[in-house]
Design a protein around this ligand. Structure first.
Ligand SMILES: O=c1[nH]c(=O)c2nc[nH]c2[nH]1
Ligand SMILES: [Zn+2]
Length: 468
């Protein structure tokens, strides 16, 4: 941003799993570095000029939000596969291992063609940004050059992201497998060097062993050693998604006490590890994840779609485990975290049908409240990828990674027209001025039409409204 920008209007931001801030009339100032400078809540119109003067912001760009619009933190997608976006909506009658073999590996293999990868990734990244994802953990394919292209595109489009070259040296088709652990490691190093040479630090590399089945013990060991040697690297992988996968993994690693223990054994389980799915865990595995302070990416759309199962998120939250949301395309059929929010809510309700809440539980066995859904989609995701001090909520000193959301009729989403017509709903009673109702409607009936603007580090990078 060349100048400071001040937004005047409704601001929503998570605080804890049980509470969030919702102020209908805030002033929020973004400085020229794209960080939030200051926020003043509950500002009446007549006080705006005085406050701008007091803060030395009379020259700032001034954006006044309309009735039915609000600012909130951008979504954090803690797990998705960029090369699988072209496969969205196909092969969904299969469970994980058949789906990988019949649909996923053949599509990913096509990314050996760098030209194909460039065309695909340009549209994939644009689509994910326009859904409101300001930080994204991306799996690429096995291919070094194509994954460099993915990182370049993410960087050029201005999204905050982690980009990983998938590691896979066994149990894969001949045309889509790495020749050795050494080759896989060398390509991983080359991708890390490439990403770190990009002009801005918004894009970071991530160690990406596909899952234990796909990696030989020497490869897992080498990646664990890399993670130990470079403590700034994130690790992402899949854990315990599907019953057949768990059985196969246990047969491959009989020396380990559990699937989770495989990653721990090879030095891949720590505070910077993002574990996608975590559906079939026993108590000892949950305790191990907590002890290592690893984070879980809850991917409910994928878990329903591939008939995998339901992650017991509430129980993990009660234990203090970090949890965020993942779209997991194309196991999941939507690039939008809004869909993951909807399915996280349904998943919690489905669990509650069968296992009512224990007396001491806050979240286990209960439907997730709106506050927890907001937290999972933003600050929880930021915690999972170690970015909680930079993003995930709106506070002075943090980066302005944010969405300008509209639930107005002119956003063009017929599912939300009532929110505009019904001023009582949007205005509401009391200090929160109907913001709870607007947020709930956005989460459950909103889509990318309602994501009017997407900002990362103060830069307007996408959304439905045409950029200047
Ligand atoms: O949902 C998933 N998508 C994948 O691509 C994958 N690979 C291993 N395990 C996986 N699970
Ligand atoms: Zn996945």
């Amino acid at each position: 941003m060349a100048r400071q920008t001040v937004f005047y209007g409704a601001v929503i931001s998570p605080e804890t799993l049980s509470e969030y801030q919702a102020y209908p009339h805030s002033l929020l100032c973004v400085n020229t570095s794209g960080n939030i400078n200051w926020i003043v809540e509950d500002v009446v119109d007549s006080a705006v000029q005085d406050l701008l003067s007091q803060y030395g912001a009379l020259e700032a760009d001034f954006i006044e939000l309309k009735h039915g619009e609000f600012i909130m933190p951008g979504f954090v997608d803690t797990h998705t596969h960029a090369p699988q976006v072209p496969n969205i909506g196909s092969g969904q009658q299969h469970e994980l291992l058949d789906w990988l073999a019949q649909y996923t590996f053949p599509m990913e293999a096509r990314f050996s063609d760098v030209g194909f990868a460039r065309r695909a990734y340009e549209s994939v990244v644009r689509r994910i940004i326009d859904c409101g994802t300001t930080t994204c953990c991306y799996y690429g394919t096995l291919h070094l050059e194509s994954t460099k292209v993915l990182a370049d595109i993410v960087h050029a489009y201005g999204q905050r992201a982690f980009v990983g070259k998938c590691n896979m040296d066994r149990h894969a088709p001949d045309n889509y497998v790495e020749p050795s652990a050494d080759a896989s490691l060398a390509a991983t190093h080359a991708l890390i060097a490439h990403i770190r040479a990009l002009p801005s630090p918004l894009v970071q590399p991530v160690i990406t062993p596909r899952f234990a089945i796909s990696c030989t013990p020497p490869l897992l060991g080498a990646l664990g050693a890399l993670a130990r040697a470079d403590q700034s690297l994130l690790i992402q992988t899949h854990l315990s998604e599907n019953a057949s996968e768990v059985t196969f993994t246990r047969s491959l690693f009989s020396e380990c006490t559990s699937y989770t223990d495989v990653y721990d054994h090879y030095g891949l389980l720590g505070p910077r590890t993002v574990l996608a799915h975590a559906v079939y865990l026993d108590d000892a595995e949950v305790a191990l994840i907590k002890a290592r302070d690893a984070g879980v990416s809850h991917c409910p759309t994928s878990n329903f779609n591939l008939s995998s199962g339901i992650c017991k998120v509430g129980a993990m939250l009660d234990k203090g485990i970090k949890v965020g949301l993942g779209t997991d395309v194309s196991g999941g059929f939507s690039t939008s975290i809004l869909t993951a929010i909807q399915h996280a809510s349904i998943a919690s309700k489905a669990l509650a049908f069968h296992s009512p809440a224990p007396a001491e539980a806050t979240f286990a066995g209960r439907q997730l409240p709106l506050s927890a859904l907001l937290h999972l989609a933003t600050l929880g995701g930021a915690q999972v990828c170690g970015l909680q001090d930079r993003v995930g909520s709106l506070a002075p000193g943090k980066a302005f990674d944010a969405l300008l959301v509209s639930v107005r009729a002119d956003a063009g989403n017929p599912g939300l027209w009532g929110a505009d017509l019904d001023r009582e709903l949007c205005t509401g009673d009391g200090a929160r001025g109907g913001l709870d109702a607007m947020l709930e409607r956005f989460f459950f009936t909103g889509d990318d039409r309602n994501v009017r603007r997407v900002y990362v580090q103060g830069r307007w990078i996408g959304g439905a409204e045409e950029r200047r």
